[in-house]
Design a protein around this ligand. Structure first.
Ligand code: F6R
Length: 612
């Protein structure tokens, strides 16, 4: 969602800010803007892309060594030039950019209109900067103090940056519920929603904590305090991110690059954690909670979207291997439905970005009831990683494509390691079987590499099916979440309607949709309920549906029935999601490319969903 960049230092701010905005494009947005101070406070903004903003400012005065820039994903007010950020205060002395939602903005706005304020936009953000200036003038306090006082009146979430015409040596940042990172260079500071705009300038960063305000003064050390006026010492960390990981590296799209990275990213998520030869699984991040996990009466998995699908695979794994009952919950439903949470429950929160607002709120709820919360996150230092009791990073590397690919397979890999570890400790798995599974898991990166060879075949398939307006994805057991994930990938990036279903459920409704126009993707690998899936395929064929089947290499039965088969290497049933997902990612990718869709930044979507 909204992206924030700020700079203060000896260099010209404009090129740094623009570069930062381009790096944040992946988060999803619909307008962009920038404000820079030298002798004046200059503010430019426009609906559309960062490249539109760049064109818009051509020939205009963009000089200055302090500035803020923003990409907006509309919440309050339609995406247009006026609602775009930054927003001026009443006197135009201050400018603000904001990620998050001020929930009580309507009330605050009404009060200020009563005091003579005039608003130009429909946004909650403009209300906040008016409020800050109102306090600054009426209470006769410094800008920093006015920000602090205003934030005490605000209900909601925010990551904000503020600059002032009167003080070109001061930039103020604050956060609650939305992320903010401050990069520390030589006499300069880079501020952003995530580390991607910062990494090429400095590796030293400070992650702002909840309700912290940073006072960033030119030539001075970073000062932090809370909105309750308590001084804090900045905790400086070193970024592990490298620049190449943020670039396309010769691929046409980030999504394709990330699909192809999966042999490596799966390996990275197992690195130092799996030693098949010695029969060891070690998840250092959660080792303090091993006993709790092993003795858990129940596991609750909370997540959204693709991460929720990974959670479903986790349910099968934990129940199968470790014999622990699992509930997989949409975070957005869980948080509002008065769930029963016990102190001995283990809650596993899964999130690529680590910033998803619903997942964060669900964690807070479960935490307040005394449950133990473990995180599975990809983004290091993210909010979810910090609010959970313990956790393991997926180490998949930055995922820039909005459609999640390598994060999913890394999440599933981690859940597999967890389930195997608990099963081993609990004794719910025979030693020989445990060793066999560890060996097979170690071979999965190579098998994913092998699976990727179907790319050209999938491209051909995509060409045939670009006409389709609907798709059905079917799978059973471990392949049911794979069907859901395949359908989600297709609809997100190609805007084709697709539904994932447990294959046997088809006859309870969706079968009515099947005709000769309807492609049905069936994951029909050779283990588990294979024979039943073959029967489900026959039901589709009897109604002239078109079958695209994902099968195990060497399959014969499905080949006779299906219109197209895509072969993947043989593996254990519980590892099939790690392979079968790959051709489905490629299918959605190629269909989207052929339909001329914006694969990496699909319409209306945001990479990290920081509003509920
Ligand atoms: C789908 C996708 C989304 C995310 C969801 C949760 O491709 O990317 O469905 O999976 O928004 O995001 P995280 O995992 O960051 O919590």
């Amino acid at each position: 969602m909204c992206g924030i960049v700020g700079y203060i230092g000896p260099k010209q701010a404009f090129p740094i800010l623009m570069k930062g905005l381009y790096r944040l494009e992946y988060r999803g947005y619909d307008s962009a803007g920038i404000a820079i101070v030298d002798s004046d406070l200059k503010l430019y903004k426009t609906k559309g892309k960062v490249s539109d903003l760049e064109k818009f400012v051509q020939g205009k005065d963009i000089s200055g060594t302090i500035g803020i820039a923003h990409t907006r994903w509309a919440t309050h007010g339609e995406p247009n030039d006026i609602n775009a950020h930054p927003h001026y205060s009443q006197s135009k002395n201050l400018a603000l950019i904001h990620n998050g939602i001020i929930e009580n903005y309507a009330l605050l706005k009404e009060e200020m209109i009563g005091r003579g304020h005039q608003f130009n936009s429909d946004t909650d953000t403009e209300v906040l900067i008016h409020l800050i200036e109102d306090i600054q003038i009426n209470e006769n306090v410094s800008l920093e103090e006015a920000v602090r006082m205003a934030l005490n009146q605000v209900i909601g979430a925010y990551a904000i940056l503020i600059i002032s015409r009167d003080n070109p040596d001061l930039l103020i940042a604050a956060r609650k519920g939305s992320p903010m990172v401050i990069g520390i260079g030589d006499d300069e500071f880079f501020i952003a929603s995530d580390a991607s705009p910062i990494v090429e300038f400095t590796k030293e960063v400070v992650y702002l904590e909840e309700e912290e305000i940073a006072c960033i003064r030119r030539g001075e050390k970073l000062k932090l305090k809370t909105i309750h006026n308590k001084d804090k010492t900045p905790f400086i960390q070193s970024l592990e991110l490298n620049l190449e990981a943020l670039e396309k590296g010769g691929y046409e799209h980030f999504m394709l690059k990330e699909i192809y990275e999966q042999p490596q990213s799966i390996m990275d998520s197992m690195r130092g954690r799996l030693n098949a030869e010695k029969g060891i699984v070690k998840l250092g991040g959660i080792s303090d909670y091993e006993n709790k996990l092993t003795n858990a009466k129940r596991i609750i998995i909370i997540a959204c979207g693709t991460s929720w699908h990974a959670g479903l695979v986790g349910e099968y794994l934990f129940e199968d291997l470790a014999r622990i009952p699992v509930e997989v919950e949409y975070a957005s439903e869980f948080r509002y439905r008065h769930p029963i949470i016990n102190e001995d429950d283990i809650v596993i929160a899964i999130s690529q970005s680590g910033e998803t607002a619903d997942t964060l709120a669900a964690i807070e709820l479960a935490k307040s009831k005394g449950a133990t919360i473990l995180g599975i996150c990809n983004v290091v230092g993210s909010s979810i990683a910090r609010v959970t009791h313990a956790g393991s990073y997926t180490h998949a590397g930055p995922e820039i494509g909005v459609a999640s690919t390598k994060a999913f397979t890394a999440q599933v890999t981690l859940l597999t390691l967890m389930a195997l570890d608990i099963a081993h400790r609990k004794g719910t798995i025979e030693m020989s079987r445990y060793r066999q599974l560890l060996n097979e898991l170690e071979s999965i990166p190579d098998k994913v590499r092998e699976t990727l060879k179907v790319d050209d075949q999938i491209k051909e398939l995509a060409r045939i099916y670009t006409y389709a307006r609907n798709f059905l994805y079917l799978g059973r057991g471990y392949n049911f979440p794979v069907a859901l994930e395949g359908a989600l990938k297709l609809k997100e990036i190609s805007y084709i309607h697709a539904e994932g279903y447990p294959a046997a459920e088809m006859k309870h409704g969706p079968i009515a949709l099947i005709d000769r126009e309807m492609p049905v993707v069936v994951i029909a690998t050779n283990k588990g309920t294979y024979d039943k899936v073959v029967s489900n395929i026959q039901e589709v064929k009897a109604r002239n549906g078109k079958i695209i089947a994902i099968v195990t290499k060497g399959d014969t039965a499905v080949k006779k029935l299906a219109d197209y088969v895509v072969e993947i290497p043989e593996t254990e049933e519980l590892f099939v999601p790690l392979l079968a997902t790959v051709p489905l990612q490629l299918l959605s990718y190629h269909i989207a490319v052929m339909r001329d869709c914006n694969v990496d930044m699909p319409r209306n979507l945001a990479k990290s969903v920081t509003v509920e």
